[in-house]
Design a protein around this ligand. Structure first.
Ligand code: AHR
Length: 661
């Protein structure tokens, strides 16, 4: 299923309806010399951090899905991207041969009702006679998304639909970008009667060589007329067979996200409503999905990564549906929720069941709109969605687009969405953003945050450190902040619509930006216990810290984790004192220090240097409840102190939680 589930972490789903002054010496707020600080931690008391605090936000932006996480290699597999009027543009498909050997066009003869456009190939040359086909034949090729990443020894499943007026003899091949080197090939031979009606063809291709810039060819040397439609090429080994590109999915799994927000962002709305995502057109067999042009990020998606997760709503970027006319959109949303959560016998749940997933998905939250609060019809439309969804699904948490962090919302909501894209200094200062937010009422969902602009480049250490400071603030305020996710998650380096991003890839390579790695420092925070921690420093503007207590479920060990971000230019001698622990309660062996830093604040990772700015782990030689540590300038550091046993009082209760190792 086109459904992100990171099995080990029980990801929740959120659904969205539409309704050079960068060197060390010159960035810091101030130059600090011989800085010292104290961190006082009380390990006897704590407050539970929500299980769902840190998650991920997936948006179809930068070819994150099509040509990215979704492992489909063919772009425009149904020939629909050129529009419904024929003749149409078949881009990125291209022709092998010339006017004297073949004529390629489109017509509306497909057997698929929702997407009628098919490719018609009239082959004029032959293997004998006066018009001999060139060596290798004539036909069409698809270069995928800036080249197909083909790996030696891997098998690729190619599926397509074909019809012909006569017998066919077709070569299905993976080749180099110029077609001269064949990586894998298969010969499809069929009699005229076999292919006189639309027929599904499936073949497996095992690659003999690796090529990051390959293409898929359909060629023949036999005269005749052939129609092709719905041409797909997928690697056999996708993540757990679900169709996701393994390496990219693994990067997500490594973050241990506790929720998934999807599918946008602006993508879901469309610049214009007529180009918004219509979820009903993206479920059912892939061959029967029309695909659509996303006019916000300006590219076509075949909607293989569609299924039930993309929904539509009553507000786009530009046009708005009047509240008096919004009910059909509300019904569309209810149908969408039924598709995700309904019984397998319900109208839309049965469609999901027919796709191989009879069990409902764990959809818990619905956001109405995206950054739409200022719009004229937002409140009116929002309330229609709110009332209808709550009536049918009282347990679903509804997320408003209006900011409730400074003053109370003027409408009912379970959560409010909070987005922040800003400079590094401002992001770092926002560590205190929620310190004074009302402790009652809807909680915040910080669904998009990132340092952008010059400070960030395409993903700098500086941006990551500032975000780290912000996240420490969210962790401390997790009584009023329920969820948080970085944005955007992915970028195909061939199509940067937005920068920076957490994970950068092309057809064959990938790396995490420093912002990606900062998120890894927080992956144990969800469901952990926040400890009281007080930082005493002579310069609070450039250093922040927090302390949590967490358990490693894999080895049942308990740790006390101290995280410190130093955005200053000087190292800090930090004296840590942990109260509430017995003598010898910290084990020396097994305690570690993990640090993210680099020689230059503006350092970034790249395909050439994917590990330039990544965390490094060392043993913590002097681990103890009282210890002196040195925090490097411009660094994110975490100290994981392995505990002998845990005994602590939870805030607001009289009970002690205990575990021992
Ligand atoms: O994350 C990129 C874009 O930023 C999202 O689509 C939108 O919600 C925000 O403006």
């Amino acid at each position: 299923m086109a459904f992100f589930k990171v099995p080990s972490c029980g990801v929740l789903l959120l659904l969205f309806f539409i309704a050079t002054c960068f060197l060390f010496q010159c960035f810091a707020a101030e130059v600090e010399v011989n800085q010292t600080a104290r961190l006082l931690v009380d390990a006897s008391q704590g407050r539970l951090i929500p299980e769902t605090l840190f998650g991920i936000f997936f948006e179809e932006i930068n070819h994150a899905g099509a040509g990215g996480l979704w492992a489909e290699l063919v772009s425009n597999r149904g020939f629909e991207a050129g529009g419904q009027n024929i003749p149409s543009n078949i881009d990125p498909w291209a022709i092998i041969g010339n006017d004297s050997s073949l004529i390629v066009s489109t017509d509306r003869s497909s057997c698929f009702e929702r997407n009628k456009v098919a490719l018609r190939m009239e082959v004029l040359c032959d293997s004998q006679g006066t018009n001999i086909c060139p060596v290798g034949g004539v036909g069409v090729y698809n270069p995928g998304y800036w080249g197909m990443g083909i790996k030696q020894g891997k098998t690729y499943k190619v599926v397509f639909y074909i019809r012909s007026l006569g017998s066919v003899n077709i070569l299905v091949s993976l080749t180099s970008s110029n077609g001269l080197q064949t990586l894998a090939t298969s010969n499809i031979i069929a009699s005229a009667s076999d292919v006189s009606n639309w027929t599904r063809v499936e073949t497996l291709l095992e690659a003999k060589e690796t090529n990051p810039n390959a293409r898929l060819q359909l060629t023949t040397s036999r005269k005749g007329v052939i129609w092709f439609d719905q041409v797909s090429a997928m690697p056999l080994d996708t993540y757990k067979g679900h169709g996701f590109r393994n390496v990219l999915f693994q990067m997500l799994a490594d973050l241990k996200p506790r929720f998934l927000r999807f599918p946008g962002g602006c993508f879901v709305e469309g610049e214009w409503l007529r180009n918004a995502f219509r979820w009903k057109a993206s479920v059912g067999p892939w061959e029967n999905r029309a695909g659509h042009f996303g006019d916000v990020w300006m590219y076509w998606t075949d909607d293989g990564l569609g299924y039930f997760e993309f929904l539509q709503v009553g507000i786009s970027h530009t046009d708005e549906v009047d509240t008096s006319a919004v009910l059909p959109f509300v019904q569309e949303a209810l149908d969408g929720i039924e598709f995700a959560r309904g019984d397998a016998n319900s109208t839309w749940g049965s469609v999901r069941a027919a796709m191989g997933h009879p069990d409902p998905f764990d959809l818990r939250y619905v956001a109405v709109g995206n950054e739409d609060c200022p719009k004229k019809n937002y409140r009116g439309n929002y309330l229609k969605f709110y009332d209808a969804i709550k009536r049918a699904y009282p347990d679903i948490g509804i997320i408003s687009n209006c900011d409730g962090s400074s003053s109370p919302l003027d409408h009912k909501a379970d959560f409010y969405d909070f987005h922040i894209y800003t400079s590094a200094n401002d992001m770092f200062s926002k560590t205190h953003k929620f310190d004074h937010t009302s402790r009652t009422g809807p909680k915040a969902f910080v669904s998009e945050y990132a340092v952008t602009g010059n400070d960030a480049g395409t993903g700098s250490l500086l941006a990551a450190l500032a975000e780290g400071g912000f996240l420490i603030g969210l962790e401390k305020n997790s009584d009023v902040v329920a969820m948080a996710s970085y944005a955007p998650l992915f970028v195909n380096a061939n199509d940067r619509r937005w920068k920076p991003d957490a994970i950068v890839f092309n057809s064959a390579q990938l790396y995490g930006t420093p912002s990606y790695w900062v998120q890894q420092f927080f992956r144990e925070s969800s469901g952990a216990t926040l400890l009281n921690a007080t930082l005493l420093t002579n310069s609070s503007s450039s250093i922040v810290a927090s302390a949590i207590s967490w358990e490693d479920s894999e080895n049942a060990k308990s740790y006390l984790r101290i995280k410190v971000v130093n955005l200053g230019s000087s190292s800090v001698n930090l004296k840590v004192s942990v109260d509430g622990l017995g003598p010898n309660s910290i084990k020396l062996s097994g305690s570690t220090k993990t640090q993210l830093t680099s020689t230059n604040l503006k350092d970034e990772n790249s395909f050439m240097e994917p590990n330039k700015v990544v965390p490094s782990l060392t043993l913590l030689e002097n681990a103890a409840k009282d210890m002196d540590v040195v925090i490097s300038p411009y660094s994110f550091t975490s100290f994981d102190l392995l505990r002998e046993s845990v005994s602590m009082k939870m805030e607001g209760t009289d009970s002690f939680s205990r575990s021992s190792i």
